[in-house]
Design a binder for this molecule. Sequence first.
Ligand code: AMP
Length: 284
Amino acid sequence: MRIVKSASLMQKIALEHIKNGDEIGLVPTMGALHDGHASLIARSEKNDDITIVSIFVNPTQFGPKEDYLKYPRTVKEDLEICKENHVDYVFMPSVNDMFPAEHKTFIEVKILQDILCGKFRQDHFRGVVTVVAKLFNISCADRSYFGMKDFQQLKIVERMVKDLNFKIKIIPCPIIREKSGLAISSRNSYLSAKEKKSSENISRILREASEDFKTKNLSFVKRSALNKLKKIPGSKIDYAEIVNFSDLSFADKNTEKAVFAVAIWIGKTRLIDNFVMLKQTQNI
Ligand code: AMP
């Protein structure tokens, strides 16, 4: 496993691999790696000749009042996890290499960037898609792996890839959860034991909503879930929305495949989660 810190060197190495006929998989992360990230790496290991994991806490996707400075940074443990998972290259650029002072270009994905999390995190997705586009170009990857945990991010990246004719293939990967159902997240480390117990209710409520969705009408499903979410101790809901799986537009009575997406504060920690919901007649 090789650690590469410079974007130009990473691109040079990737181009050499392509010349040799290798297919490259990219797993973009912000580090503080966990089993969710490991599942993405495992998918790449299976599909690709070469797996690149990028670790970069991207300042352009954090708002001025967000947790950029206190975001967990666990480089030593991350490198162990990458090694154990047979990663070929860990790309760990500096902020200055990715976003030097003269950097001027940002990508926007209209509408999709302004709903759900975008309503509460201004400029977040503009930062995300810009860094993702840079990572695609630097890694020259054939495939890139994204967790459905960040469902809106996945949809926005898919849209950008289509709109800007990137030839990379986006591979969506299922949410990895703890036994309790809590979606694994680097930010879970902020939670106290009591807050963690509270957080475990989120996935239970979404699972119950997905059961209701099979047979009950949309307003019942939403109302019932909202009532339960509001009762979680220490919670404050940013949003809880049922949207169409395909394009994140609001679901209606004709929606057969939906996603119930939520962002909820538990104390000082903002958690996101979602569940795919199907009408009785659909198969996943
Ligand atoms: P992050 O480091 O949080 O930016 O996440 C990097 C990638 O890992 C993103 O594609 C996330 O969606 C994915 N990811 C994070 N948590 C999970 C999880 N619990 N299950 C599956 N994928 C995840």
